[in-house]
Design a protein around this ligand. Structure first.
Ligand SMILES: Cc1cc2nc3c(=O)[nH]c(=O)nc-3n(C[C@H](O)[C@H](O)[C@H](O)COP(=O)(O)O)c2cc1C
Length: 395
């Protein structure tokens, strides 16, 4: 058997507080601070606790050169190599370790910058219910929001006294200005009114569709509504369609060149809301949107050019932001409304759509639909652009 260490691993010295009833009975607080080494890899979801011998052994291993297991053990005797292998930090070419090796190969094949890969892997959620967590936190602390957090930073950083500021002319009202004013994150949906197939197709095309395809030798690139690092457009749109005329409720992938849906599985209407809730981490105010869109970055597409690049991960995240804003405006243009959230259960979404987190990672979830007539959930519309009676308030 040959081995090498995984492609990316960062070791963090971490402190945590441990509670022990025995210590409390003995007269102390019962709380003890524990310091330990935590290994964060790019190919494993779980963090691994290491002891000092394992940390030392890890420092001796190459991420690239394979070495014979017997030879390595004669050079570095001890139990650490066995435990690193069992934890999946040491990768082997043996058939029984093929799963681990495949996951590590996915990281290698994508040209990730190590620190970005670890951030992507270890910021994903599974089965989180954010509203429930917020309620619990509120109950536990039992103090008003401002008291808990203190006041936020001022909305503007002022660098010079006001008399030194050079005032700029306000633009005249144009169609674009009117459209921008209509852009209010929607949390109240009208489920009684299906979205027309025409609205759906229009908004999808305006946001995600390819206007043109250019073929340089060996490199096909799309022209889209939004800019994209290197013109590579790594962001894929995966859809949960819930309420669109002529489109069966279910999972789809959008094909931006053909401007077409690729069906990935039906979802019975009575199961759709629950699935949506799982996707948006328990945020009930987004669950009923007519269409939910998972923005998933096909990292290899951008990292092909920006290999092991310090800025590449930031660039693909920015890509999702551009698409989201375009979606908001495309929906507003047709009298519909949109949302975006980063509080999503990435690991559940990967399962639902069959995505590998290091090859096609979930960055955010957007959605759009008809806004309802009643404000059950807070929307930020101080201009009264969509809720006339709510002008000058937050809801
Ligand atoms: C990256 C990002 C993440 C967001 N996440 C959430 C979220 O988890 N839940 C939510 O209700 N709104 C979320 N929003 C929407 C913001 O709350 C909203 O933009 C803000 O309150 C201002 O309102 P407006 O968009 O109507 O101007 C998010 C917005 C952005 C850009």
């Amino acid at each position: 058997m040959q081995v090498r260490r995984c492609a990316v691993v960062f070791v963090e010295p971490r402190e945590r507080l441990d509670f022990d009833l025995g210590r409390l009975v003995e007269g102390g607080t019962g709380v003890e601070s524990v310091r330990e080494w935590i290994a964060l890899t790019a190919h494993l979801d779980e963090e691994q606790v290491l002891d000092a011998d394992e940390v030392h052994a890890l420092g001796q291993l190459s991420p690239d050169a394979w070495i014979d297991w017997g030879e390595l053990n004669s050079r570095q005797p001890g139990a650490s190599l066995e435990s690193l292998l069992a934890k999946g930090i040491l990768i082997s070419d043996a058939a029984e370790h093929a799963d681990m090796r495949d996951q590590d190969d996915n990281v290698r094949a994508s040209h990730w910058k190590g620190i970005s890969a670890v951030a992507q892997r270890h910021t994903r959620w599974r089965a989180i219910d954010t509203l429930e967590a917020e309620r619990r936190f509120g109950r536990e602390t039992d103090r008003p929001f401002l008291e808990r957090l203190g006041t936020p930073e001022a909305p503007v950083r002022e660098r010079v006294p006001s008399e030194q500021r050079i005032g700029l002319a306000k633009p005249s009202d144009t169609e674009l200005e009117a459209l921008i004013r209509q852009r209010v994150t929607c949390r109240n949906w009208d489920t009684s009114k299906p979205m027309s197939a025409e609205d759906f197709a229009s908004i999808m095309f305006r946001t995600f569709g390819a206007r043109a395809v250019s073929d340089e030798p060996g490199i096909t690139v799309m022209k889209r509504a939004v800019p994209s690092a290197g013109g590579l457009h790594p962001t894929e749109a995966y859809l949960l369609v819930q309420n669109v005329e002529g489109v069966k409720s279910g999972l789809y992938h959008y094909h931006p060149i053909d401007h077409a849906l690729e069906p990935l599985g039906d979802v019975p209407e009575n199961e759709s809301a629950e699935l949506a809730l799982r996707i948006v981490a328990g945020q009930r105010h987004f669950m009923k949107a007519h269409v939910l869109i998972v923005l998933a970055s096909r990292f290899r597409r951008t990292f092909w050019k920006y290999r092991n690049h310090a800025k590449a991960y930031r660039a693909v995240i920015l890509d999702a932001g551009h698409l989201s804003q375009t979606l908001y405006l495309a929906a507003a243009e047709r009298g519909l409304a949109a949302f975006i959230t980063a509080a999503v259960n990435e690991r559940d979404i990967e399962e639902i759509f069959g995505l590998d987190p290091m090859l096609e990672g979930v960055l955010a979830v957007s959605g759009f639909g008809w806004r309802g007539d009643l404000v059950d959930e807070v929307e930020f519309d101080p201009l009264g652009s969509v809720w006339p009676r709510a002008a000058d308030t937050r809801a």
